[in-house]
Design a protein around this ligand. Structure first.
Ligand SMILES: [Zn+2]
Length: 535
């Protein structure tokens, strides 16, 4: 299998060749040199961090025939060679995942009693030991409680918490840590130099990030990348084969959301896509990253540290401080949707762009900082003003407004359905500015729009007066201007016979005109102007 070739080839043969885990090699070497090797070890840590490799080194070292203890394992004596070739009878490797039963362990126990076939020690490596059943653990416990002098047990697990306390307390425990970005990238560089393949450092960094601390995964990825080619390993190539956006794009996009910078975020997305990032994977990378930010916000920093490169923690912490939690949770939803959505062929990056824009909308209610031409340039976004108006200088709008009375009913600057669509944003922003204003707005009802005047109906005269009071109206108009990107005013009416009459007319219209009711119910439209119909 070519994808394993490099990994097997570059498996450490001596303690010196092990990358990282210095605390483990140091202690084990001391034990070897002082002749105090224990009978039961528990190696715990994430996958691909060298637990099994270390166990085999120890198995070789305790049986090695080299005179100088410091040089063990020598990889030259008959036992070292036998271990390296996978035919050393006194090294027994058991995968707990496929030997979970108590019988397997009983059999093991019976065999432990016999002396080693050739070496000094019988070494049992039990991988993924947490997969043992309760009964199997009990049987194992009996064995390691009173191990024969010639037996050494090395238990390895990725899930330390699933190993019973009784077992843990009998073992010398070593925690294997995730390797750092630099450790992995440097090691990959060493391999490529040896193999005579030119490379860009950034490509190695990308692989290292993808491997999240697992040297095994990193080398497997490297194998995939250099498998089919004789050309240099460049960043572009790595990106296009791995289909992944580099971590910087992910961070840039979160930066853009937090800063409300729509243009920068869209550009980040487009650059990543042009570089061959896969939409779905990008969305998943966002989810993964935002989850870390969420965990960091909620006291789960340790969980995050266990999963990411130490070098990246500083970014997660910064974003955790900047991103409000409620909006962060919505952001996770938006990108989850984008990940599920992204199989459409048409406009493939659209789900990603929408998720991004929604995140900004959540934080800023609406991209009010957007220059109008950018809004027009983004095709998926409904434009709140007719383009013709938007293109003209602002003063051109005045004549239109003045013409309104004489012309057939003024084309509203904004449609009622546009107002409706963003009304939740209006309420949210109002809430941020003044809780009472939000409450006032919620007590009333949006009933129509005339030109740039939003018609609102309040349940009582008192509340109407409150809503129209200067202070509250200023707040509302400021919010409206931000949300709809144009000056709008609000006019409140108390529920009167006149407004009742209007409501009644609308209801009648809906009941009697199937076309109108279809437009309202099925297409999400709304009745703009009754006057029009009366004429
Ligand atoms: Zn040897």
């Amino acid at each position: 299998m070519p994808s394993q070739a490099l990994y097997l080839k570059w498996r450490p043969m001596t303690f010196d060749e092990v990358v990282g885990q210095e605390h483990v090699t140091y202690t084990l070497r001391n034990a070897l040199q002082s002749g105090r090797v224990g009978h039961a070890y528990l190696f715990s840590g994430p996958r691909g961090t060298g637990k099994t490799t270390m166990a085999r080194l120890l198995a070789k070292a305790v049986n090695c025939l080299a005179d100088d203890v410091a040089t063990r394992p020598c990889n030259e004596c008959q036992y070292c060679v036998a271990v390296n070739e996978g035919r050393f009878l006194d090294l027994i490797e058991i995968d707990a995942a496929s030997h979970t039963g108590v019988d397997d362990v009983r059999e093991l126990r019976d065999r432990v009693a016999f002396s080693p076939n050739e070496g000094r020690y019988k070494v049992y490596i039990i991988d993924e030991v947490h997969r043992f059943s309760g009964a199997a653990f009990d049987a194992l416990l009996k064995t390691i409680e009173e191990p024969p002098e010639h037996a050494i047990f090395i238990l390895a697990t990725t899930e330390f918490h699933k190993v019973p306390q009784t077992i843990k307390s009998r073992c010398q425990r070593f925690d294997f840590r995730r390797l750092t970005l630099a450790e992995i990238a440097n090691h990959l560089g060493t391999i490529l130099e040896y193999e005579g393949i030119a490379f860009e450092e950034a490509a190695l960094e990308l692989i290292a990030r993808q491997a999240t601390g697992s040297m095994r995964d990193a080398i497997s990825l490297l194998d995939q990348l250099i498998g089919d080619l004789s050309q240099p390993l460049t960043l572009d190539l790595a990106r296009s084969i791995l289909g992944t956006a580099d971590e910087q794009s992910i961070r840039d996009l979160v930066d853009a959301i937090v800063a409300g910078d729509t243009a920068a975020g869209l550009e980040t997305i487009h650059i990543a896509m042009n570089q061959g990032a896969d939409i779905r994977q990008f969305a998943n990378q966002m989810i993964k990253y935002l989850r870390y930010v969420m965990l960091a916000q909620t006291g789960g920093t340790e969980l995050v540290e266990a999963e990411i490169m130490p070098d990246d923690m500083v970014y997660v912490t910064a974003h955790a401080e900047q991103y409000p939690r409620r909006q962060l949770l919505s952001a996770l939803d938006h990108f989850k949707e984008a990940a599920a959505d992204s199989r459409t062929g048409w406009q493939p990056q659209l789900p990603l762009e929408m998720a991004f824009i929604q995140c900004i909308d959540d934080l800023y209610e609406v991209p009010d900082a957007l220059p109008v031409q950018v809004v027009r340039a983004a095709p998926p976004r409904p434009v709140s003003q007719p383009p013709a108006q938007a293109e003209e200088p602002p003063q051109a709008q005045e004549p239109i407004a003045q013409e309104a009375p004489s012309e057939p009913p003024a084309e509203p600057a904004i449609s009622l359905s546009d107002v409706h669509r963003q009304w939740q944003s209006v309420l949210r922003m109002a809430r941020q500015m003044d809780l009472a204003v939000e409450a006032l707005l919620k007590s009333g009802k949006l009933i129509g729009i005339e030109g740039s005047v939003i018609l609102y109906q309040m349940p009582s005269e008192l509340l109407r007066d409150k809503l129209e009071g200067d202070e509250n109206r200023h707040i509302i108009e400021a919010v409206l201007a931000k949300i709809y990107n144009q000056p709008l005013t609000i006019r409140a009416s108390r529920r009167t016979s006149q407004t009742d009459q209007r409501t009644k007319q609308v209801d009648e219209l809906l009941a009697n005109d199937s076309l109108v009711s279809f437009a309202v119910d099925e297409l999400g439209g709304s009745v703009q102007s009754i006057e029009n119909n009366e004429e």
